[in-house]
Design a protein around this ligand. Structure first.
Ligand code: DC
Length: 674
């Protein structure tokens, strides 16, 4: 997961490949609650691991459910409808899918078995309405204290053992603010349906019906079939009792699929984009997004557990659509509208206003920053694509869907933006709510024009700390990292392994050209085997320095090094990065720590590893190596003319990183020279 204050995306131009979706949030939290209430042990597979599921798991644990993790499987020992714990203070973050059903379930259980439970969340959770649910539960005999603003969490639900619920009359709940209130009752009331059926009546037009369908489908998996009359009357049969299905799989998240369906429609021009985890037979209503995307021009093929998307018509077709059935995925349509040939009108989205943020206001504000013309009202948004695209810093409002949607604005080049503009996504980590690796998944299937991908080169003499500085910079920016020294070291190692003589320049160049080298976080793989430790050895370094002096080897490694220049950016470390490999890099840093300081650092490093060393000898070594490096014929050590010199003799790594980041801000169009 990218843990950065912001992520800058350069202009993106194409998408292809395949993504595997994380489990659905809506299904995950319903399954967890059902497993927690049911009799026996439920094995849950492919559960989403996210902020919202974590708070639900914490709550179940606090309530005494047994949780046992076994790799991708989770075993939940349910309460069998009997409270184990009669008092708890539950923190539910910003998870509506935990707050609403837990409130209902605990209110019902406390009213009959006795107990007191507090349910609270982050400040935004305390602004998300729950009054309609409270009003539905009170007439049954549930005691619910509103601890803050009436109608909003935090709440306390409590009751005495032996209490009885008034279930003879139908239970009325409003359906036009959030379908989660009905879902909460459907999940909770089977706990109370003893001698008689329980009837729920929905007042007002039910919104987000597909989410209620998910609830009904999962209730059925746990042994309870709920007949309904239209969308207004639901009957929980007498004697209902949750029974574990044994094993249950969580489908991939159909709302998360929407970003990749849109991506395919916008940018999969050469090959399709494949989405694994949901398909045509999904129980999630947001799969209906596929039809809306098709209407806008996406070419989608759907299989049982997969989708394949390509660009169909271009520009996309502007649409007018009532999005009541696909409220979450509809946000993605608002961003697709940036790529349409006209004005798109989305209505039936009043529920956007009570989600993680006021999504109508948020979307309108951010799309306008890009240059789009936006009108919005209580339950609609109208988007006309930008006439002139603007580079923009896009706020995400602690709303995962805002962050994921807005990332699609990086394809503005395809909509004719000239120049193509970069965009900044603030607080990208907010995607952790449902899709912690969203940006990694996105960046894994997109292509930018390398010339538009920013590069910072870090060159300098040996032992100047360039590797440490460069990798720290890459982490701070969320960029890729090229350790070009490792490329030469790997070439030397591969040559030795293949029995190639170290003076056979042509054979070495062939070895270099065929190098099967992969960087996997901190690990370096050669022909799929981890060689990180071997590469770092002094003798490998010595061999590398010999092969690195051969022009044919350097030439053979040129294209490989260029291929690291991928979105969102690259920090490249090594002596010729700013001169030969990336001569047009927008920022070049050349480290100039004194030989004496470098000798002292190397000394400290060796001593700390328990290796004896002598400063005078090390200094002599370093000076000799500097002289050799400067006079070498192939890529001698020299600063690029336009490099900024950084004498880090007196600076620690963090201070050096801060200096370079400041230089980068002065050049980055998204920082406007700050
Ligand atoms: O930085 P290092 O010690 O990992 O580099 C290994 C060898 O490769 C060293 O002799 C310098 C050489 N090298 C090079 O010639 N050009 C580069 N871009 C990086 C390293």
């Amino acid at each position: 997961m990218l843990d950065l204050p912001h992520l800058d995306l350069p202009p993106l131009r194409e998408a292809a490949g395949s993504v595997h979706l994380p489990g659905s949030k809506s299904i995950s939290n319903r399954v967890l609650l059902l497993a927690g209430l049911a009799d026996g042990v439920t094995e849950v597979r492919d559960l989403l691991d996210s902020d919202d599921t974590r708070v639900m798991l914490d709550a179940l644990q606090a309530l005494g459910c047994g949780l046992e993790r076994d790799g991708p499987r989770l075993r939940v020992r349910g309460l069998g409808g009997r409270l184990q714990v009669h008092e708890a203070d539950l923190f539910l973050g910003n998870a509506g899918t935990a707050m609403r059903p837990l409130t209902a379930a605990l209110a019902v259980l406390a009213a009959t078995q006795g107990g007191a439970f507090t349910l609270r969340g982050v400040p935004r959770m305390h602004e998300r309405p729950i009054g309609d649910l409270v009003e539905a539960l009170r007439p049954l005999g549930c005691t619910i204290d509103e601890l803050g603003t009436p109608g909003y969490p935090p709440l306390r639900v409590r009751g005495q053992a032996g209490g009885r619920l008034a279930l003879a009359a139908p239970i009325r709940v409003r359906g036009d603010v959030s379908s989660q209130f009905l879902t909460a009752l459907l999940l909770a009331l089977p706990l109370a349906a003893g001698d008689a059926p329980v009837v729920i009546e929905v007042q007002g037009e039910l919104i987000s019906k597909p989410y209620v369908e998910i609830t009904l489908a999962l209730l059925a998996r746990f042994g309870i079939a709920v007949p309904r009359e239209g969308w207004s009357r639901f009957t929980i049969p007498r004697g209902s009792r949750y029974r574990t299905p044994g094993v249950i799989h969580v489908e991939g998240d159909a709302s998360s699929a929407s970003y990749f369906v849109a991506l395919g429609a916008i940018a999969a021009t050469a090959a399709p984009l494949r989405i694994e985890g949901v398909g045509g037979d999904s129980i999630q209503g947001d799969i209906g997004f596929v039809d809306a995307a098709r209407a806008m021009g996406a070419a989608v093929r759907a299989g049982p557990n997969w989708l394949e998307v390509r660009r169909g018509r271009w520009p996309l077709q502007a649409i007018t659509l009532d999005c009541n059935a696909i409220p979450d995925a509809a946000m993605t349509l608002a961003v697709m509208a940036l790529y349409a040939g006209g004005t798109t009108r989305l209505s039936g989205i009043a529920s956007w206003r009570v989600k993680e943020t006021d999504r109508i206001a948020a979307m309108a504000a951010e799309l306008a920053k890009l240059g789009a013309e936006v009108q919005s009202g209580e339950d609609f948004i109208v988007v006309t694509p930008p006439a002139t695209w603007r580079a923009a810093t896009l706020a995400t409002y602690d709303d995962h869907r805002m962050a994921m949607c807005l990332s699609l604005a990086a394809f503005n080049a395809l909509a004719g933006a000239r120049p193509a503009v970069p965009i900044r996504i603030e607080d990208p980590a907010c995607v952790a709510k449902t899709f912690p690796d969203y940006f990694e998944a996105l960046l894994g299937v997109v292509r930018a024009d390398p010339a538009e991908v920013p590069v910072i080169t870090v060159d300098g003499p040996s032992a100047s700390g360039k590797g440490t500085l460069a990798s720290a910079l890459a982490r701070r920016l969320g960029w890729h990292f090229l350790d070009s020294g490792a490329v030469y070291r790997a070439t030397a190692l591969a040559a030795v392994r293949a029995g190639v003589a170290l003076d056979d320049e042509a054979a070495l160049a062939r070895t270099a050209a065929g190098l099967a080298l992969h960087f996997d976080g901190e690990r370096i793989l050669l022909a799929a085997a981890d060689v990180s430790d071997e590469l770092r050895r002094e003798d490998t370094g010595a061999l590398a320095s010999r092969v690195a002096a051969l022009p044919a080897v350097r030439q053979a490694l040129h294209a490989l090094q260029l291929s690291f220049r991928r979105a969102p950016g690259l920090v490249a470390d090594g002596r010729d990065m700013g001169t030969t490999i990336f001569p047009r890099a927008p920022l070049k840093v050349f480290l100039t720590a004194s030989a004496a300081e470098r000798a002292r650092r190397r000394h400290k490093q060796l001593i700390s590893k328990g290796i004896e060393a002598n400063i005078t000898d090390l200094l002599a070594d370093i000076e000799a190596r500097d002289a050799r490096d400067r006079s070498r014929a192939a890529s001698p050590l020299q600063a690029a003319e336009d490099a900024l010199l950084l004498d880090n003799s007196q600076l620690d790594v963090d201070a050096s990183v801060d200096v370079v980041l400041q230089w980068w801000r002065q050049r980055n169009p998204l920082d406007e020279g700050r």
